[in-house]
Design a protein around this ligand. Sequence first.
Ligand SMILES: [Zn+2]
Ligand SMILES: [Zn+2]
Length: 452
Amino acid sequence: MQLYNTLSAEERAIMIDDAGKQRLTLSFYAYAKIQDPKKFRDDLFVAWNKLDALGRIYVATEGINAQMSIPEENLETFRATLEVYDFMKGIRLNEAVEHDDHSFLKLTIKVRDKIVADGLNDETFDVTNIGVHLKAKEFNEILDDPNTIVVDFRNHYESEVGHFKGAITPDVETFRESLPIINDQLQNHKEDKNLVMYCTGGIRCEKASAYFKHQGFKNVYQLEGGIINYAKQIEAEGLESKFIGKNFVFDNRLGERITEDIISQCHQCGKPCDNHTNCENDGCHLLFIQCDECKAAMENCCSTECLDIIHMPLVDQVRLRTGKQVGNKVFRKGKSDSLKFKHSGELPNTSLATAEKPLDIRQKIKVKKVLLGKAEHYYVKAQVGLFTIENHELNSGDKILISGPTTGNQELILEKMIVNEAEATTAKIGDRVTFEVPFRIRLSDKLYKIVN
Ligand SMILES: [Zn+2]
Ligand SMILES: [Zn+2]
């Protein structure tokens, strides 16, 4: 029985593209007593692997916390795999606002001590005595109440690109750090104020609200389903968004836009920007915000030091990293002296710029490609590629895409081609085709035709 991934991320990305099926990005969590987390984990892996479900999932004796990508057509079958467990009957699946077929490229289910690393000793307070859940409309109403204090229970790099207007955004890297800070700050308001909290998907507030009730706060509220669910509701119900900017998410997208407001700056040049990236240097991998111009100039690096390093031969790069504790830096998530425009703690509630309207997701999907065949050889000197056609047909004038793990995705218009050693304008299944390719391609790169 297969209980672990057998494909690399690159292979998976190609398979997803070839399947051409629309995928949904979603998340959910449930607190429950799980007797045997290891068995629970293996059972889920077997059931989900069959459905081509991907994602990052934590299971523990206290429950399950999942971020996933699944083919849209398998949604109901997927839900059925959850509902075999009593504690997940009718569970709310938080669907993302923007879907990306590549949001997850592996199915990773890990058994952990806890489903959120909250660092709390749950024995000391009643974790079931939680705050009042609010839907988007109710949440908006309570934010208008002058007696309300709203707290963001996410980390500094998350609130920097988007948060609720007027929220307290603790300058913390972990959820655990934020609890005592807020407790101190609001010491004198335990009875007279509404303590309203939110996080990405609602899970952190389940514990935080119980913690604050235990600390003596009388009026504790939490956003049901977090920002993800709030965004769905304001769209569906035509409500005003009191959240501005982007919702940071923990998958390959690194964020989904909620409003057009850009509230953060490129960490390198200061221009309005809210696109997170990881430093190109594998020995650094710092999470930071970088605009397209700086990305081009710095080759996706966070500093000139890292830029120098990525131009070294690989062996030297590895030698530099060896024995060094880079983990600390990797998880420092966006704090480095070389980032001049990094902000945390108190954050602006005003828009610095307006984002260009993102392409409608449906529009993006409309750009369809059809798999034609694969690369058999590349004649380096002549810059000519040899392909075999396995599906459909190829015509001169077609817009084509050559794709592979090393090649990436390269588009070009096919002008002249040789089919079975003679010049021709059409190639059919079984034909061997050569044409000029101005970049190096690899054996087994895929050849697609782009149809709009
Ligand atoms: Zn910049
Ligand atoms: Zn770096």
